[in-house]
Design a protein around this ligand. Structure first.
Ligand code: ATP
Length: 237
């Protein structure tokens, strides 16, 4: 069997006395989209922040491309190909789309600026509006810009924390089209979402989190057909 790109074993995260994540284990195969779904406060953000080095795990092991990265800081993971799309998008609204991408390219080091043209091809909306302020983009397009900027790092694994949060249903579809584009580029995706139905529809594997623990894992089709999960997370919609 081929080794997974990412392997998380028995991961726990605590904030003082709050145990946000307890003994979570899962793998992410190269080229796949794995999603973690669950209600507000279930521990989803804590897991991806621990993987990307933004939060220190209290125990457990994180292995990326065969190396133990449990204690590796975020800025050291980026050059190794593990990048998180910042929460809340962190787009610089008064700067142009081009400037936002140039800043990203500079942050990710020499060579990345060549990738800007590639992003304009992949996401034509950004190319057409490159000279406009990023704040003039719709919520979905701003998310597209944030993802394109993260892609400039040429990541092997991209972590996304609720990219569809606060967006209208039509715009959510646009964001998922962007995620399809990221997968088509050969990048592996770990996606955290409250929008469980939409995330599971896009995923190759899903894990349901409840109170910091994985309570169900499996193929999205099975999870989407599970009555308990439908009642708890998917509603009737
Ligand atoms: P959300 O969708 O609201 O982001 P989530 O599933 O991502 O939820 P987390 O943000 O990981 O969940 O939070 C899990 C638990 O840890 C919650 O009870 C939350 O209040 C707590 N928590 C998260 N960050 C901190 C922090 N910095 N300090 C203290 N408690 C925290």
């Amino acid at each position: 069997m081929t080794e997974p790109l990412l392997s998380v074993t028995d991961l726990s995260v605590s904030y003082g006395r709050v145990e946000a994540v307890r003994g979570v284990s899962f793998d992410v195969a190269a080229g796949s989209l794995v999603t973690l779904v669950g209600a507000n406060g279930a521990g989803k953000s804590s897991i991806i922040n621990a993987i990307s080095g933004l939060v220190k795990p209290s125990s457990g092991k994180i292995v990326f491309e065969g190396s133990d990265v449990t204690k590796t800081k975020s800025h050291r993971l980026v050059p190794r190909g593990l990048v998180q799309v910042p929460e809340g998008r962190q787009i610089l609204a008064t700067m142009t789309i081009a400037e936002n991408l140039q800043l990203g390219a500079r942050y990710y080091g020499s060579g990345a600026s060549a990738g800007i043209d590639e992003m304009y091809q992949r996401f034509p909306v950004l190319g057409e509006r490159r000279k406009l302020a990023a704040g003039s983009l719709s919520g979905g397009e701003q998310q597209m810009l944030a993802i394109a900027r993260a892609m400039l790092a040429k990541p092997r694994l991209i972590l996304m924390d609720e990219p569809s949060m606060g967006l209208a249903p039509k715009i959510v579809n646009e964001v998922f089209a962007v995620i399809d584009e990221v997968l088509a580029a050969g990048t592996t995706v770990l996606l955290v979402e409250q929008n469980a139905r939409r995330a599971l529809q896009a995923a190759s594997e899903g894990h349901v989190l409840q109170n910091g623990e994985i309570v169900r894992s499996g193929a999205p089709e099975a999870l989407l057909a599970d009555d308990d999960i439908i009642q708890a997370y998917l509603g009737t919609g």
